[in-house]
Design a protein around this ligand. Structure first.
Ligand SMILES: [Zn+2]
Length: 207
């Protein structure tokens, strides 16, 4: 079974034992709910002790499948985030956790993590420091933002531009900085420092 099929299988098991794939399992979303409300509701769901109580009631096979699916789901939820890159030219990116629906659909894992993009090929994981507020407490975590090549370019736009400018200043006589991309480290993961933890409701921060 390949990784994507395994993902689908775990999500089916998860839905079977803990609720349908969408909308979030604790309660149907109302028209007045914001995305922030959905994410917060999801946080509460993950901490729901009823999930453990439910697992305890299952027989051997069911318990095993439910535990596997839940462990996979919980790990996924904290592993990937999504980004709003619409202000990339100013070097700002807004990060947030995924909703239940997005985890199940694989948005940000099998599909580009830029909210405005649905590309599924050529994805790369970038490690980002994500500041957020959980139950009134500021926290930060290193999470993955998985992006297609075009959105990766946006993520690094400001820094690349700055690098090009510095290079131009250093080698004014060369007049051409197109060799820049060849010198970029060929790594899958980099750390992008976000200056301070930020709440989800005030999403924009400088990278
Ligand atoms: Zn993209």
């Amino acid at each position: 079974m390949d990784a994507y099929r395994r993902h689908q299988q775990y999500m089916r098991d998860y839905a079977q034992y803990f609720g349908g794939p969408s909308p979030p399992p604790t309660a149907p979303p109302s028209a007045t709910q914001t995305e922030h409300d959905l994410v917060r509701q999801h946080h509460q769901f993950l901490r729901d002790p009823n999930a453990d109580a439910l697992i305890a009631t299952l027989d051997g096979n069911g318990r095993w499948a439910a535990q596997l699916a839940k462990a996979y789901y919980d790990r996924l939820f904290k592993e990937y985030c999504l980004g709003d890159l619409s202000r990339y030219k100013t070097g700002k990116v807004a990060l947030r956790w995924r909703t239940h629906r997005e985890v199940v659909a694989g948005k940000g894992q099998w599909e580009c993590g830029n909210l405005a993009c649905s590309e599924r090929s050529g994805l790369k994981s970038w490690e980002v420091l994500f500041g957020y507020v959980e139950q009134g407490e500021k926290k930060s975590a290193l999470v993955k933002l998985r992006l297609c090549p075009n959105c990766t370019r946006k993520l690094h736009y400001k820094k690349d531009k700055e690098r090009r400018r510095q290079r131009r200043e250093r080698t004014q006589d060369a007049g051409d900085d197109e060799g820049e991309s060849a010198t970029r480290p060929n790594e899958d993961r980099v750390t992008i420092a976000i200056t301070s933890p930020i709440p989800i409701s005030e999403p924009y921060t400088r990278v």
